[in-house]
Design a protein around this ligand. Structure first.
Ligand SMILES: *Cc1c(COP(=O)(O)O)cnc(C)c1O
Length: 565
């Protein structure tokens, strides 16, 4: 393999496609989009992740609306090749051996990015250690910490063993923070008479090497471990006093560790950068707003449309600024093709037939409390009343983490409630949400709904995918939507402006009322009575959202603002 790469990108999960099920949601898909853009733009980057041989999980839903999880069975050898090199790390005092699978992201521009999937399923390891890289976000704290040792420490050792000379280590979220400890070890100063321990540790050099992107806007969301567990699993790779100083006095906080050892730190949207600063006062935290990979997230009919009217769009998404040039009828026809494809899929997979003529709302993402998937069901009576004035239908999909009981309850609630109103408002829940289904959904509905509890949506990316397909956003003003939204021009907001009420103090009922109000008085009437205006907003979604919220722009910013610093 080519070991010229200068930037190493570490991510616990990466989503490239359905075939490689090593992702759980937005974080992984973002990592995949990042690397696809890096390949297109020929950025010298290599990525490190875990092989997750049992994937995240396959989702089924039983007759009572309860989620059932099955391991995913996939064969890495179909997509990547095993490298001969082996490295070892210490876990609970044992040597754990690690090998890597190499996957190549190939771009039609000729660019290529290697991705190393670390694997501990080797004959040399104990039965237990062979499982460390099996299940994405599986097991308990101890299992997670072992995975993070393999990812962070094992990842750096693998890169060194393969002969890389890395100039920047980019941590996509705190899961890979332990890489900083390995860098402290390898950059230890060679001092002859050690009269003070602290002079050995070259923190400034390590900081120069590290870039950290945080993705979590609340304290509890950050990975942390008790010192006891850290001592047991990691051992004293660096003196414990030093680890406490860098990673937290009372517990090992992976975000804090990364913050203390990275020169460049960023949040994933402007608002998220600000929120992160209040969570971690005293740290300089920048913002680079997320984007999605345009080619990946554009459906077939829109690809053809763009090829005809905006040649070169895939490697230069700025050209979307010219979307106005597309004739209305052709845009609408392409949209109907995508809608038709989604409805065929829904009929095949669930037996439910939706009507092409009816305005269709889509909601799909991880099911976890703050995403408030059931907000639209806050007042069933009102929802039904709205549907009597103008018909609409809703399509849902999404998985809850196996241990997220409230998240699973929301899936059940959505399914239960939809049964009670099915003769008035058709609601479909598609099981086993994945990237392929995501593309079908973000291109095949008319309106993309997002109702997170502010300020919990660090960025969100599915709405950017929708915009790439002329699907209109209808969302709470949080994350990226604060930057993408112009009321009635690029889509519609729900609830107050970010400045209008204190963070956290969100009133569910107020948000729901605004949602109902706009659905009834703006969205449904425009869809049925003013198709020209509707198509105008579709075009604005392409020219004012897709134009900017793509991973090519995002990567150029990482290069100029983070990597070259
Ligand atoms: C894009 C994507 C997400 C992220 O969705 P958000 O609405 O940004 O949370 C999650 N899962 C899959 C499969 C995706 O493709």
């Amino acid at each position: 393999m080519n070991n010229e790469a200068k930037i190493a990108y570490f991510s616990m999960e990466i989503g490239f496609s359905n075939n490689i099920p090593t992702y759980s949601g937005g974080l992984g898909v973002l990592a995949g989009d990042t690397l696809k853009s890096a390949a297109d733009l020929k950025i010298p980057i290599i990525a490190i992740t875990l092989i997750s041989k049992k994937g995240y999980f396959r989702q089924d839903i039983d007759n009572n609306g309860r989620q059932i999880e099955y391991p995913v069975d996939w064969d890495p050898s179909k997509f990547m090749s095993r490298l001969p090199k082996k490295v070892e790390v210490k876990v609970e005092g044992r040597n754990v051996y690690i090998q890597a699978w190499c996957y190549k992201v190939k771009s039609i521009t000729g660019g290529e990015v290697d991705v190393l999937y670390l694997d501990t399923d080797l004959a040399e390891n104990t039965k237990e250690d062979r499982e460390i890289t099996a299940q994405l976000y599986g097991g308990d704290d101890c299992y997670r910490l072992k995975q993070e040792v393999v990812l962070g420490i094992g990842g750096v050792r693998m890169l060194h063993a393969l002969g890389f000379h890395i100039k920047k280590f980019h941590m996509n979220e705190g899961h890979a923070s332990l890489l900083t400890l390995e860098l402290l070890l390898t950059h230890k100063k060679d001092v002859e008479s050690v009269w003070d321990e602290k002079w050995i540790w070259d923190i400034d050099t390590v900081k120069d090497l590290c870039v950290f992107t945080t993705h979590t806007p609340i304290e509890a969301g950050h990975d942390h471990f008790s010192h006891e567990l850290a001592k047991k699993v990691i051992g004293e790779i660096v003196p414990f006093e030093l680890l406490k100083k860098l990673g937290g006095e009372y517990q090992l906080n992976m975000t804090l560790l990364a913050l203390n050892l990275s020169k460049y730190v960023n949040g994933v949207a402007k608002k998220h950068g600000e929120v992160s600063k209040t969570l971690f006062p005293g740290y300089e935290i920048n913002a680079i707003t997320n984007g999605v990979h345009s080619f990946t997230w554009t459906c077939e009919s829109f690809k053809q449309l763009y090829n005809k009217y905006i040649a070169g769009w895939a490697n230069e998404p700025e050209l979307f600024v010219r979307a106005e040039i597309i004739p209305d009828e052709e845009l609408w026809k392409a949209h109907l093709r995508a809608k038709n494809e989604l409805f065929d899929y829904i009929k095949k997979s669930s037996g439910i037939e939706l009507s092409q003529e009816v305005v269709t709302i889509g909601f799909a993402r991880r099911f976890t409390s703050y995403k408030r998937a059931d907000l639209i069901f806050s007042n069933l009576e009102q929802l039904i009343k709205i549907s009597e004035k103008g018909k609409f239908q809703i399509v849902y999909a999404g998985k809850a983490h196996p241990k997220d009981t409230p998240g699973k309850d929301i899936i059940k609630r959505v399914i239960d409630l939809s049964k009670t109103i099915n003769d008035k408002v058709k609601v479909v829940f598609l099981k086993d949400y994945n990237m392929e289904m995501a593309l079908n959904l973000v291109s095949g509905v008319d309106v993309w709904l997002n109702t997170p509890l502010r300020p919990r949506e660090a960025s969100g990316t599915s709405g950017m995918k929708a915009a790439h397909n002329g699907v209109i956003n209808f969302s709470i003003l949080d994350g990226w939507w604060i930057e993408g939204h112009i009321e009635g021009i690029t889509g519609w907001s729900i609830g107050p402006k970010p400045s209008e009420s204190a963070l956290i103090n969100t009133d569910d009922m107020k948000d729901a009322e605004d949602l109902y109000n706009k659905l009834e008085n703006v969205i449904i009437p425009m869809f049925y009575n003013d198709r020209n205006q509707w198509i105008k907003i579709m075009k604005n979604s392409i020219s004012k959202i897709a134009y900017y919220f793509n991973s090519h722009r995002m990567m150029r910013r990482y290069v100029t603002e983070a990597y070259l610093r």
